[in-house]
Design a protein around this ligand. Sequence first.
Ligand SMILES: Cc1cc2nc3c(=O)[nH]c(=O)nc-3n(C[C@H](O)[C@H](O)[C@H](O)COP(=O)(O)OP(=O)(O)OC[C@H]3O[C@@H](n4cnc5c(N)ncnc54)[C@H](O)[C@@H]3O)c2cc1C
Length: 293
Amino acid sequence: MLWPKSLSKRIKTKVNLSAYTSFKIGGQAQYFFEPEGLKSLQQALILARHAGMRVFILGLGSNVLVSDAGLDGLVIRLNRKFFQKCICRGNFIVAGGGLKLNKLIVFSGKNKLSGVEFLTGIPGTLGGALLGNAGAWGQSIGALANEIGVLDYSGKFRILSGKQLKFSYRSSNLNKYVIIWARLRLLPGKKNEITAKIREYLRKRKQAQNNRLPNAGCIFKNPGKDSAGKLIDACGLKGRRVGKAVISESHANFILNAKGAKSRDVLSLMDLIQKKVKEKFKVGLEPEIKIWK
Ligand SMILES: Cc1cc2nc3c(=O)[nH]c(=O)nc-3n(C[C@H](O)[C@H](O)[C@H](O)COP(=O)(O)OP(=O)(O)OC[C@H]3O[C@@H](n4cnc5c(N)ncnc54)[C@H](O)[C@@H]3O)c2cc1C
């Protein structure tokens, strides 16, 4: 692909994606771009569309499994300053899609706004969290979204109002968009109470998840009221390995990369889990992680 001069120096080729995912797994991206702002992002989206190229939007890479063979197409990572802005307006925070959740939590605490503390310890960006309606402890981020600024994949900007947004368990109707910013509705809070909540969520998380090896969080969604982790555990699968991928001993819904796991190892373990849980409980587990191939 011949990119125009304005982009050609900034779009890299053959970039190793394992460095950009929490799993530390994956082959190379054919093209890799970190746009400085909206204009260059729009330009890249338009050109990719004209070339019939697939586009993958990457946040912090904490919920994706990238194929060992790499990806044909353009990976766009929203990590530049423009996508990490954050401002406070009354009880609202307007933040960039590339802002890390921990920064959002700190910022809202500083501004004495409460509501995002439950996200403590989730290693993602605001865009990735909204796309997958990330959550914990019975709360999820979609409930806070008041308005979202997006680009569609033809580069057209639009603002989605609260009424146009649909969130359900680990899912949203944002798949067709690149999330540029979001306006979150929060509540006034006291600094010391916000800090105490953050500490408590951190403590609970450390107790529930104690995985030192690279991973991508929960692999499967919880089926209905059941816990995927408990079902997997009840099948006796904790510690089961394929290649260098291993099912966590501390939380059975986590697969860990024990130095050098391949995407195919993780996929084989996922197949095995789905088969065993289906056999034993007649329950079909649906992946929570996004599988890119
Ligand atoms: C240790 C650990 C613990 C975790 N705990 C939790 C938890 O408690 N609850 C929970 O819900 N998740 C959890 N996760 C999963 C993950 O952190 C969240 O899903 C997070 O919100 C993903 O954000 P990200 O920026 O890393 O997204 P990525 O992994 O980069 O991408 C995930 C998806 O979002 C899309 N995306 C990313 N940014 C944008 C954007 N700006 N516009 C459009 N699409 C975008 C990608 O295309 C992809 O489809 C955990 C992960 C780890 C590693």
